[in-house]
Design a protein around this ligand. Structure first.
Ligand code: FES
Length: 272
């Protein structure tokens, strides 16, 4: 299919590209990755959205397990014991998630993430759906205008995400509890694994790489920053994988705590 006359200036139809009538010459299943991405992101959004609003089975009082979807829980609507940082906020109506203080920042951090941008631009906007496949849009302004220029806030959202990772770490530490004092069970393994992977995802952020090693003229004069930047850069090469893995561990952690909190299963206890 050739481009309409008014689409001549962008993408594979730009004047500098070979004048090929077909939208793509690719014969492989180029549509599969964007489809899988759309399904994967869709599952997470539906699951996380539903769980964040239901207000049930999010805290296991015996073991102090709190799902990350309800952390920090700062309202008097939170079940007793789940507010690890007190309850400075009054009762909240059902339309407001109990973790509304942190959730928007987490959501925006992921929404503006360089990897997720690529993923959802391709999967949902088809802009473009794959390399060397023409996109359906007639115009392309990139991220130079409102609203996409807001994506630049990602570097600031990194700091918010780091604070929330600290909160999640605290939640994982206070969960080493049993009615008799110290305790340790499968829930701890899941909470701990989740928080380690959340840190790995957060620290592998491109903004973190810039914060640690950017704007330096001579690495040799900043050996500590250079070392940190080197470690962050190694993590950064796994950023896409960590982005997906942490979506999975967040759902797994929440799902496990939901099952234990609702009495559907018992936590497998190793100590206490
Ligand atoms: Fe993905 Fe920063 S680039 S979290």
């Amino acid at each position: 299919m050739s481009a309409p006359a008014n689409e001549q200036s962008t993408g594979v139809f730009s004047p500098s590209r070979a004048q090929i009538a077909a939208r793509t010459l690719r014969t492989d299943r180029w549509w599969l990755p964007p489809l899988v991405t759309a399904i994967g992101l869709g599952i997470f959004v539906v699951y996380a959205g539903t769980r964040s609003f239901v207000r049930s089975a999010y805290y296991v009082a015996d073991y102090h397990y709190l799902t990350p979807f309800y952390s920090p829980c700062l309202s008097t609507s939170c079940v007793e014991g789940s507010s690890h940082f007190g309850t400075p906020l009054p009762d909240l109506p059902m339309i407001i998630p109990l973790a509304f203080v942190g959730l928007p920042f987490l959501l925006l951090f992921r929404l503006t993430c360089y990897y997720y941008r690529k993923a959802y631009y391709r999967a949902f906007w088809l802009s473009p759906p794959a390399c060397a496949v023409a996109e359906p849009h007639a115009k392309y302004s990139g991220e130079t205008r409102f609203p996409l220029i807001i994506q630049n806030a990602h570097r600031y959202l990194f700091y918010a995400a780091a604070i929330i990772s600290i909160i999640n770490t605290y939640d994982a530490i206070v969960a080493f509890h049993s009615p008799g004092g110290f305790g340790f069970g499968l829930g701890n393994v899941i909470l701990l694994g989740n928080v380690i992977l959340l840190w790995a995802y957060t620290l592998s952020c491109h903004s973190c790489r810039h914060i640690t090693g950017g704007r330096l003229k001579h690495f040799s004069k900043h050996p500590v920053r250079y070392w940190i930047w080197t470690q962050v850069s190694k993590l950064n090469t796994r950023h896409m994988q960590l982005a997906w893995i942490t979506l999975g561990t967040l759902m797994l952690t929440d799902f496990y705590i939901m099952l234990v909190a609702s009495g559907t299963i018992s936590d497998l206890r190793f100590i206490g």
